[in-house]
Ligand binder design. Structure first.
Ligand code: NAI
Ligand code: MG
Length: 499
């Protein structure tokens, strides 16, 4: 793996099993959010590179070794990849941290856990079974086959690059597709390093490809290419809309995960110390840069003041600094535009009349050096109609909103365009089930937060997305169904009548 040296590490793209520069020969720097300085150079891909990668993926889909492999062999390749990931998980995590600034403590656990997606879908590969349909026509045999959709483009954001690759790549390959990945321009290095493991695992050339560069330059031509069957995207609402519109022109399949403004709801009957940890983990873990951030804290009025006081006291102890240190709890923000965006939302909240009871500014602590750090921030006096309660900040900024009773908690919780996740803190079982039913979110956590698994479907209600990732069912998003009719009749009946 590439060492952190004073000179920049120069990466290449991975297309058709070869390591290539961008056709235009250009590079762009990738920064380390803790030092605020560039550490790597990434090929600046464009339309020509996009076409090359799609052609390579299409060739691998339709000829050569891949389409001939049995599903069992595909599964074995995926499981081998899982083993290689488990082996290299710390190295991969270190690169992610250097590029996106998230905590090594979290990323190393995440990259190790990520192997499970390859094991799970590796196991599922040869359990994709069609059906025999009990035909209503005499002398006919009708059955279904599930076949790969074709070339899949995976567009990846910067917050958890390799995990979000796994969510797309593992099922796509298990289903027999070929894939072109486009990592974020802020965090391309780990996905490129990961291609070494794809090579080692022995996937045929062109089955997995990576092109790097900016959305408008290399992302758009990928999405628009006529040989692409499906786009799997995780990222912002705005980019999701653009990709959906472009996909519509080519009538391509899409799955999208577009973030949220998730309510974390604390009732007065909750175990308060646990609820505080759950709220902290929902908004300050990963510096709030997660799609599932519990960025709206809904607290029952009767405990509002006490809860906020305890929450602030706990959040104040958060240790900021070098994300590679195992005891750091809040790391830097990944990139300067995101850093500016968060600070801008803090200003917006103040302008709307919210009160910063903690933080509310960039962090200037000595341990933060020149990195892009924002103080963990808690706003009280927030109304659900304010922008700070409705728009995704993607940073360590919590809005506290009081509520009266269950009905009001549900009304406020659902009064937002997103629906990715929701948290509920209560010791009342009836209330737990009722809330789980009434909240409009793809995931509801009761007395826990941020649990995700390869076993469990993940995705959004409303504007948080289309489709699901993880779990058994979602493999169908990477498959198409063929219905096959075979006649055993000795004679073809009247050809002028459809039966
Ligand atoms: P973005 O949605 O613009 O970028 C995500 C990916 O899409 C990147 O790989 C980017 O290069 C690519 N892309 C951008 N425009 C494209 C286009 N026209 N065609 C094809 N690909 C394109 O997200 P960005 O700018 O990195 O972050 C902006 C905001 O997105 C954040 O502030 C946050 O609110 C949200 N976000 C949400 C994430 C989630 O997990 N749902 C993850 C990261 C960011
Ligand atoms: Mg970077």
């Amino acid at each position: 793996m590439s060492p952190a040296t004073a000179t920049l590490t120069r990466y290449k793209m991975f297309i058709g099993g070869e390591w290539l520069e961008a056709a235009g020969g250009k590079y762009f720097p990738s920064d380390n959010p803790f030092t605020g300085k560039p550490w790597a150079e990434i090929p600046r891909g464009g339309a020509e590179d996009a076409t090359r990668a799609i052609e390579a993926a299409h060739k691998a889909l339709t000829s050569g070794e891949w389409p001939k492999l049995t599903a069992t062999r595909r599964g074995a390749l995926l499981r081998k990849l899982g083993d290689l990931i488990a082996d290299k998980s710390k190295d991969l995590a270190a690169i992610e941290v250097r590029d996106n600034g998230k905590l090594f403590a979290e990323m190393s656990a995440q990259t190790a856990y990520m192997a499970q997606w390859y094991y799970y879908y590796g196991g599922l590969a040869d359990k994709i079974e069609g059906h025999v349909i009990p035909s209503d026509k005499p002398d006919t045999f009708n059955y279904t086959r599930y076949e790969p959709v074709g070339v899949v483009v995976g567009i990846i954001p910067w917050n958890s690059p390799l995990l979000l690759v796994a969510w797309k790549l593992a099922p796509a390959l298990a289903a027999g597709n070929t894939v072109v990945l486009k990592p974020s321009e802020y965090t391309s290095a780990s996905v490129l390093e990961f291609m070494k493991l794809i090579e080692q695992a022995g996937f045929p050339p062109g089955v997995v490809n990576v092109v790097t560069g900016f959305g408008a330059e290399v992302g758009t031509p990928l999405v628009e290419h006529p040989k692409v069957a499906k786009i799997a995207f995780t990222g912002s609402d705005a980019t999701g809309q653009k990709i959906y519109a472009a996909a519509a022109k080519g009538l391509k399949r899409v799955s999208m995960e577009l973030g949220g403004k998730s309510p974390n709801i604390v009732f007065d009957d909750a175990h308060l110390d646990n609820a505080i940890k759950g709220v902290i983990s929902g908004i300050f873990a990963a510096t709030g840069q997660t799609c599932i951030a519990g960025s709206r804290l809904l607290v029952q009025q009767s405990i509002h003041d006490e809860f906020v006081e305890k929450l602030v006291a706990f959040a104040k102890t958060a240790k900021m600094g070098d994300p590679m240190n195992m005891d750091t709890q809040v790391g830097p923000v990944t990139n300067p535009p995101q850093f500016e965006k968060i600070l801008n939302y803090i200003d917006i909240a103040k302008g709307e009349g919210a009160k910063a009871v903690l933080g509310g500014a960039r962090a200037t602590r000595p341990e933060c050096g020149n990195g892009w750090f924002v103080e963990p921030t808690i706003f009280t006096g927030v109304k659900n109609s304010m922008r700070i309660a409705q728009e995704e900040v993607f940073g360590p900024v919590l809005s506290v909103i009081p509520f009266k009773d269950e009905d009001e908690a549900i009304a406020i919780g659902n009064d937002v365009v997103f629906g990715l996740a929701a948290g509920v803190w209560t010791q009342n079982m009836r209330r737990a089930f009722t809330m789980a039913e009434k909240l409009q979110a793809g995931t509801v956590w009761v007395n826990t937060y941020r649990a995700v698994s390869y076993l469990s479907p993940f995705g959004g209600y409303k504007r948080s997305g289309i489709g699901r990732e993880s779990g058994q069912e979602m493999i169908k998003e990477y498959l198409q169904t063929k219905s096959v009719w075979i006649s055993t009749a000795t004679e073809v009946p009247n050809p002028f009548i459809m039966r």
